[in-house]
Design a protein around this ligand. Structure first.
Ligand SMILES: [Zn+2]
Length: 372
């Protein structure tokens, strides 16, 4: 195994040149043209190492990329990730890819271009194992165009390894909260605030009352949070407002909580006479629960890491990924296998370079282990 780390260490300059190219090619979730270009480039890199490349067209976001290696009779492993980043076009000009003090920095380097690099590094030495790579291009905006594709691809696989960024220090993610997004709109009646305010129904007052109810739905003991993050309403100060909305973020750790909170939000009723509520949205990603299959995969990863001299840890996060979908289907899923670093979605985002060969060896070892 240590010879594998040595191999990846020798390859590191070449791998870092590829990482630089990947970060320099921007891929914002909302920029189809740029992301498509990046996806085609990645396809060519995976093809060079023996993968069979296919693209699934997407209308508003970049096309999704699948790469298949040595598919035969055995159920493959799915390496799952995303090509899109949260950064707008032009960010790279402000903060170009840089290597300094053992760290790589630049937009999207940690979440998750270094994770894609790790897939490429591991598969280059494991060409003859049945592996499918699926890189979607709308993960950062809720995966609406790729969810069905993820679920159908995952259902053919024996296990899913998600190469999203690790927790601090390199820990894997064995539990993720699920996410719900709701919009609560209050509809009142507009009226002149000075001449006949009694004819109006104040939608802002109505939404304010609903916000207080929403904020009490959080339950720390059950890991549930309900957060009103955006409020809008009214037109002018001298008009009784006819409309106001609240956008709500929900995080849940179990399917039961998802059901309980969704029902409470959908069951909100207006308090002011003459007001109405329109409630939209729902649970977007189910929670990824640490089940026995996840625990088994983590134990395998821990044993492989120990052989590499790494004490691998696990943890839970409130953030969700496409691993939430595959785990909810009952397919063994291990997440956070991507780069070691920090600062995802922030301008301080960084990747630890020394850990890249170890991480590539861990992923290669995990894939091997599944076919033993
Ligand atoms: Zn990500």
């Amino acid at each position: 195994m240590n010879s594998l780390v040595q191999h990846f260490t020798e390859q590191l300059p070449e791998a870092l040149a590829l990482l630089e190219k990947m970060v320099s090619m921007e891929s914002p979730s909302f920029d189809k043209e740029l992301t498509d270009r990046f996806v085609v480039f990645l396809g060519s890199k995976f093809q060079e190492i023996g993968g069979k490349v296919e693209f699934t067209p997407a209308e508003k976001v970049g096309n999704h990329l699948h790469v298949k290696f040595s598919l035969g009779s055995a159920d493959p492993i799915l390496l799952l990730g995303h090509t899109d980043t949260v950064w707008p076009a032009g960010e790279v000009a402000k903060r170009p890819f840089k290597i300094e003090n053992g760290r790589a920095t630049g937009p999207g380097v940690f979440d998750m271009k270094a994770g894609i690099l790790l897939m490429w590094m591991a598969l280059r030495v494991l060409k003859d194992r049945p592996v499918t790579v699926l890189l979607t291009s709308d993960e950062e905006i809720g995966s609406t165009s790729s969810r069905a594709l993820i679920e159908s691809e995952a259902s053919r696989c024996r296990a899913i390894f998600v190469l999203e960024p690790s927790l601090p220090g390199g820990a894997l993610k064995t539990a993720r909260k699920g996410i719900g997004r709701f919009t609560v709109k209050a509809i009142g009646r507009a009226a002149h605030a000075g001449i006949d305010p009694e004819k109006g129904v104040n939608a802002i007052e109505e939404i304010a009352r609903q916000i207080l109810k929403l904020q009490t739905m959080s339950d720390a003991g059950r890991g549930t949070t309900v957060t009103v993050g955006v409020v809008q309403g009214g037109t002018r100060s001298n008009v009784v407002p006819a409309e106001a909305t609240a956008e709500v973020d929900v995080r849940i750790a179990s399917a039961e909580e998802a059901g309980r909170v969704a029902k409470m939000i959908q069951g909100l009723s207006p308090e002011l006479s003459g007001a109405r509520l329109e409630i939209r949205g729902g649970i977007n990603r189910p929670p990824m629960v640490r089940n026995t299959e996840t625990a088994r995969l983590f134990e395998a990863a821990r044993a492989i890491a120990a052989q590499l001299g790494v004490d691998l840890q696990e943890g839970a996060t409130g953030g969700a990924s496409d691993g939430n979908f595959t785990s909810a289907l009952g397919i063994p899923t291990l997440d956070g296998l991507g780069a070691v670093g920090g600062g995802a979605h922030s301008i301080d985002e960084w990747v630890d370079l020394e850990s890249l060969p170890l991480r590539a060896a861990l992923i290669a070892g995990l894939i091997e282990n599944c076919f033993r």
